[in-house]
Design a protein around this ligand. Structure first.
Ligand code: PEP
Ligand code: CO
Length: 452
């Protein structure tokens, strides 16, 4: 730790990094970025850490969700608002059902870089660098688009700032007022099979709110706004480094690009650059864990990322897949318990359940996602541990990327609105249904029909 600095990761092997044609052009951009104002503050980060500590104790629940990859072109009002709406709606369902505070964290305002399984992609005899997300290169299959361009880092910072600016305005009054949940209605909601259940929950909450305010004799101003935090995979280490700062009156360095950066499954090597970088920042830190990671590795990882065993500091996001979770998860829970360390366990039921259809769509089945989630709740309970949150890829839009859910979206239906450039997301209706299913599970109610 003593020789850690925001750049010390550069001495370690860094996987999944872009290869830029000009090191000097990259340096210039990194320098410029490092002079720009932060996107978030250390107060917010410390507040999130306090709330995550509560979730680890079972007193709150983390809802983390958003796109697999944000695109620069999706930085517009309807897409941002819809994402906020679905996350707010899901959080209402969870608050109502779990009777716990819900911590809302978006995969948003910075989720622009993606790990890829191959460095290059070939089509018709032409080989080009793989698309690594809008922060690095373009999706179009031509040399101009696919060559990594450091100026994209500045554009990404700009998009993140614009997104966050809008989210902050929406969260602060009016739109986010719990007295007016109708502001969160999605235009297509009235076609939804989930509508009736959702309306009942909102009616119930509004009634309780009025009741409390009549008793207290005043309108609760705190309920006029919501707290919303940001997260992204901390993959592009030059970008993260440039936004890593010291702040007055606090020790250490903060990553001020997001409240909760996380380490992806493919970049979690103990001796790698990502673990080195993340070991030195004061933010709460997520790590994706899953198949093939031994208990001894996890113990070492926990030690490296949270050496002082600080509460709310480390979020372990497991992603095994429905078929692998029974075998994979218990040894990891056991390893953490034996280490005596506190972590927040979160289930990502998306990334272990990806499959390709016969017609070539990358998809996920609602039934498998729910199955992994449901098994994870049971496994944690049986192990005397706590599942304190969920991590979804979702959108507030009416896309057709995942199969199943109450509307019974089938394989043939995928083509109607398949929009993702990377992984398939739950659409607004499937996402809301998932929130209701979490509540059913937590309350030991039978899971509803028609979820396959
Ligand atoms: C992701 O969250 O989009 C992702 C790539 O996940 P993982 O690192 O778990 O594979
Ligand atoms: Co993904």
């Amino acid at each position: 730790m003593s020789d850690w600095s925001p750049t010390s990761w550069q001495k370690k092997p860094a996987s999944q990094q872009a290869s830029y044609p000009s090191a000097q052009a990259l340096d210039e951009v990194i320098h410029e970025l490092s002079q720009l104002p932060p996107l978030v503050t250390s107060w917010e980060i410390e507040e999130l850490k306090r709330q995550l500590a509560a979730a680890a104790r079972g007193e709150a629940f983390l809802l983390q969700g958003g796109d697999c990859a944000e695109n620069f072109s999706d930085c517009n009002a309807p897409i941002i608002t819809n994402k906020l709406k679905i996350l707010l709606q899901m959080s209402l369902v969870l608050i109502h059902g779990l009777e716990k505070r819900v911590i809302r964290v978006g995969r948003i305002a910075g989720q622009y870089a993606k790990p890829r399984s191959a460095d290059t992609e070939s089509r018709d005899g032409v080989t080009l660098p793989s698309y690594r997300g809008d922060l690095i290169n373009g999706l179009a299959f031509n040399p101009g688009a696919r060559t990594p361009d450091p100026v994209r880092l500045l554009r990404g910072y700009g998009r993140a700032a614009m997104t966050l600016n809008y989210i902050r305005s929406l969260s602060d009054c009016g739109f986010a007022d719990l007295h007016h949940p109708e502001n969160w209605d999605l235009a297509f909601m009235s076609h939804s099979t989930q509508e009736r259940s959702y309306r009942r929950i909102v009616g119930d909450l509004s009634h309780s709110l009025r009741f409390m305010e009549i008793l207290g004799g005043a309108r609760n101003q705190e309920l006029n706004r919501v707290q919303f935090f940001t997260s992204h995979e901390g993959l592009h280490l030059h970008y993260e480094q440039a936004l890593t700062r010291r702040v007055p009156n606090r020790d250490g360095h903060y990553n001020l690009a997001a409240h909760l950066p996380w380490i992806g499954f493919r970049t979690a090597a103990l001796e790698g650059a990502h673990v080195e970088y993340f070991s030195g920042i004061r933010n709460p830190v997520g790590v994706k864990v899953g198949a093939g990671m031994p208990g001894s590795y996890l113990q070492e990882l926990v030690e490296r990322l949270n050496p002082t065993d600080e509460a709310g500091k480390l979020v372990l996001i497991h992603r095994f897949g429905a078929a692998g979770v029974e075998r994979g998860l218990p040894p990891l829970i056991d390893a953490v318990r034996r280490s005596g360390r506190q972590v927040l366990w979160v289930c990502d039921p998306m990334h272990g359940n990806t499959e390709a259809t016969g017609s070539g769509y990358k998809t996920r089945r609602f039934g498998n996602i729910l199955d992994e989630l449901s098994r994870s709740f049971d496994i944690h309970e049986a192990q005397g541990s706590i599942l304190g949150g969920v991590h979804f890829e979702l959108t507030g839009d009416d896309v057709t990327e995942c199969i199943g859910g109450a509307r019974g979206l089938d394989e043939a239906g995928l083509e109607r609105a398949y929009k993702t450039q990377v992984d398939p997301r739950l659409n607004y209706e499937q996402a809301l249904e998932m929130a209701m299913a979490i509540v059913d599970k937590a309350l030991n109610r039978p899971l509803r029909e028609a979820r396959r």
